[in-house]
Design a protein around this ligand. Structure first.
Ligand code: ATP
Ligand code: MG
Length: 480
């Protein structure tokens, strides 16, 4: 039975010694033909396996190479070396999988993140990615725990959708029609999607929100947590073509309730990770500190990773309106000295990420919740404020990342909603099902979307979003 093994994390966690155990894992290094550093992914720490000189065949020792998978059985003994309390003195070593050290791309040395992205199928076996993906797991678990403990229903919204009306971004088309020019056509030469698999044109979802709202009108509180897709050609460190989004939707919530929930949620999951990933976060903090040392003094962040996380958990987010933010930006020395690429001249334009970062990193030095944006730059479903100019929208901006949450109180008044749809050319007939919730028992409600990878970036301190999802999809890249 293979399962009679001890995970390396458990083996190292206890002071207990003088018992028989079997460990399995992948060889990180093999020193002096004697000391194997073995890792099984349960922790970044390796267990030292001692293969006492003279006790093993040369033929076996030769096959203990970096990357090889082995099974080691022996006695757990107090360690003489420093850095670990116990080690395993092997009496038997079995090679489960050889690894040709000449060809194995991961060497026991520092590799660049760019190089590791090219071998994403192996990068889990490095300390950095081991830590990142264990933290990602914890954060995902914490998302479910948070909402489950609050009585939210986890709703699976469709990944293939017919609605392209939400307008959150460019969509990927889903079709089973032939692409060789023989697809059925309409009289005007356009593709006849009535002949397609679903009898209509379909896409990959950009958001589960509209469907989420339908369920909130029955369960009161729901959340989604699933993949979303955007065919936007953004080659930034914050955009992916496939990313995971968390979208809670709550009946009987106004904008303030919505902001309160989002703030509580973000703090909760960060705290959860601090409590459950201490070792991995310390490793990532050190990695980030080393990376920061390479930067010019001016570009370095004032806080280390752990300090920053603690700060976010312990302090209130700054809340202000879009209008107040514009005033701050307009009056800032940065603007007056024309240091913004896009200068702030007046009210009404969308904020660029340089403006968001100025507010968060230079002005307030903490996460910021911006509310009440001009209706022209926001979606049709956001609730119109009495001033006739703004909507009850909120974005949460985080240091180093920019926008992490986008949300709003939703427009529950049928007349206002359909008027806005008309103005923005959103086809009401296609969204008949969405409008039905306003016909039958409408209520004030609100929700938000949080990009999971941006949160993972924030917690792990990884600079590029491509390094916090196992197999990133972005323009010109869908390897693995
Ligand atoms: P941005 O201005 O950064 O492009 P957005 O306004 O398009 O964001 P929303 O449509 O409000 O974003 O989506 C909700 C959340 O999803 C965002 O706050 C962000 O955290 C995340 N998000 C949006 N687009 C992407 C993407 N391409 N890759 C990863 N996360 C994303
Ligand atoms: Mg966008």
């Amino acid at each position: 039975m293979f399962n009679k093994r001890i995970k390396i994390k458990d083996l190292l966690a206890s002071d207990k010694a003088n018992y028989q155990a079997t460990a399995m894992g992948w060889v990180r290094t093999f020193r002096n033909n004697q000391f194997i550093a073995l890792n099984d992914g349960s922790t970044n720490n390796n267990v030292q396996i001692v293969a006492t000189l003279g006790e093993f065949d040369e033929a076996i020792l030769k096959r203990i190479t970096t990357g090889a998978c082995i099974k080691a059985t022996g006695e757990v003994i107090p360690s003489l070396g420093k850095g670990q309390k116990v080690e395993l003195k092997a009496t038997a070593i079995e090679i489960l999988g050889d690894s040709d050290s000449e060809k194995f791309p991961l060497q026991p040395k520092k590799h660049s993140l760019e190089f590791l992205r090219e071998i994403a199928h192996l990068r889990f076996r490095t300390n950095t990615f081991g830590a990142v993906f264990r933290v990602r797991h914890s954060l995902a678990f914490a998302v479910h725990k948070f909402f489950n403990d609050k009585g939210f229903v986890y709703l699976h919204t469709p990944i293939i959708t017919a609605s392209d009306a939400e307008g959150a971004g460019e969509m990927f088309k889903v079709t089973s029609l032939p692409l060789d020019g023989t697809a059925p056509k309409n009289d005007d030469g356009s593709i006849n999607f009535k002949e397609d698999f679903f009898g209509r044109s379909t896409n990959l979802t950009v958001s589960g929100q509209l469907e989420g709202e339908l369920a909130a009108m029955a369960f009161s509180d729901i959340y989604t947590f699933g993949p979303t897709f955007r065919a936007e050609n953004s080659n930034t460190t914050r955009h992916l073509a496939e990313f995971w989004m968390i979208e809670p939707e709550m009946a009987f919530y106004d904008l303030e309730d919505n902001a309160n929930l989002a703030e509580e949620f973000i703090k909760y999951i960060i705290k959860y990770s601090m409590d459950n990933n201490a070792e991995d976060l310390e490793f990532l903090a050190q990695r980030l500190a080393d990376e920061e040392k390479q930067k010019p003094q001016n570009d370095r962040s004032e806080m280390g990773l752990l300090e920053k996380l603690k700060f976010v958990v312990e302090n209130n987010f700054e809340r202000l309106t879009y209008t107040e933010a514009i005033d701050i930006l307009k009056e800032s020395n940065h603007n007056k000295k024309k240091k913004f690429q896009y200068l702030i001249e007046g009210w009404g334009t969308d904020l660029q990420s340089e403006h968001e970062r100025y507010l968060v990193e230079k002005h307030f030095k903490k996460p910021v919740i911006l509310t009440d944006y001009p209706k022209e730059i926001k979606s049709f479903y956001m609730r119109q404020n009495d001033d006739g100019k703004t909507v009850a929208a909120m974005d949460i901006l985080a240091p180093g990342i920019g926008e992490i949450v986008g949300g709003s109180q939703r427009e529950e008044r049928m007349d206002k909603l359909t008027q806005r749809m008309q103005e923005m050319n959103v086809p009401a007939d296609e969204l008949w099902w969405y409008l039905d919730t306003r016909r039958f028992g409408a209520c004030p409600h609100a929700g938000f979307g949080l990009g999971f990878e941006r949160l993972v970036q924030f917690v792990t301190g990884m600079g590029n979003i491509r390094d916090v999802i196992p197999f990133p999809r972005y323009p010109k890249s869908a390897e693995f």
